[in-house]
Design a protein around this ligand. Sequence first.
Ligand SMILES: Cc1cc2nc3c(=O)[nH]c(=O)nc-3n(C[C@H](O)[C@H](O)[C@H](O)COP(=O)(O)OP(=O)(O)OC[C@H]3O[C@@H](n4cnc5c(N)ncnc54)[C@H](O)[C@@H]3O)c2cc1C
Length: 276
Amino acid sequence: MEEFRWYYPNSIEEAVGLLELQGVVPHGGGTGIIRGKLDRYKGLISLEGLGLDYIKEVDGVVEIGATATYHDVIEFCGAVCGECILVKSLSRAASTPLRNRITIGGSVAYFPIWSDLMGPLIALDATVSILGKNEGEYPVQELARNRSLKSHSLIKSLKFKRFNGFTYYYRAARTHFDYGSFNITMLASFDDGVFSDVRFVLVGSKAKFQRLAEIENGLIGRAPSDVDVPGLIGELYNSIEFHNTRIGSAEYTKSVALVEIERAIYASFKAMEGEK
Ligand SMILES: Cc1cc2nc3c(=O)[nH]c(=O)nc-3n(C[C@H](O)[C@H](O)[C@H](O)COP(=O)(O)OP(=O)(O)OC[C@H]3O[C@@H](n4cnc5c(N)ncnc54)[C@H](O)[C@@H]3O)c2cc1C
């Protein structure tokens, strides 16, 4: 039987070279890797020595290194802006010890259906920098759709423009620590009493993630008084579907999601009202 090996590269070049080995994959926080059988792998590449645990903001663009943890992001973004969407979402994920362990790169690569990271990143139009076989800079949505991009590749970092407008996050779960069944991210900007930018993402449906264009297009350019909210929710009825989830049946989960989407919209109306 072949011996299982750990690799501890000290440079990114060395780590990228190791990715060519069959059955050898990067190890971020290890919290996703331990969910499956370890005999799937011939070896793991520790990313700890690569200096990728940084977070920085230059000219309004935030860059997060792959081995920064959920906790690191909450701390960094929380110090800059209390309304940051990643602070709202990641501080609800898992537990304190796990948030100290889960990495951003591992979470983008793994993208579980309960992810509290991916909805906000999709709404923020984040891009992901990848090294190795599929080297390049990709929109996070593309990586989420095309999982083969991560084969023999290393997620180095991700980037997004800091968002300063209205932020809203809802996570459906039976208890605080339970895996979320679905989540909603809404980002919106207002200009002179109308919506100038709206980004609305649902994670956890059958499609795994969806940008809800019906809501975005139904709000942009309109004042709250001109929005037909029940009509918008009605339009969504046929475009979101769920499997049975931890909170209940597929049909029940859909009803909860539609109510929560409506609440998010009304919360944005209230925020716009508060700005006047
Ligand atoms: C009990 C429990 C509850 C959880 N609850 C939540 C929750 O509520 N919300 C939430 O968002 N998350 C939650 N998580 C975390 C989530 O399920 C994943 O375990 C986590 O996102 C994986 O990140 P990691 O850094 O541990 O990745 P790892 O386990 O190290 O890696 C996961 C996968 O990504 C690959 N990988 C790792 N780093 C890189 C990289 N830099 N480049 C390319 N590929 C890479 C690995 O090879 C592996 O295939 C929970 C985890 C546990 C154990």
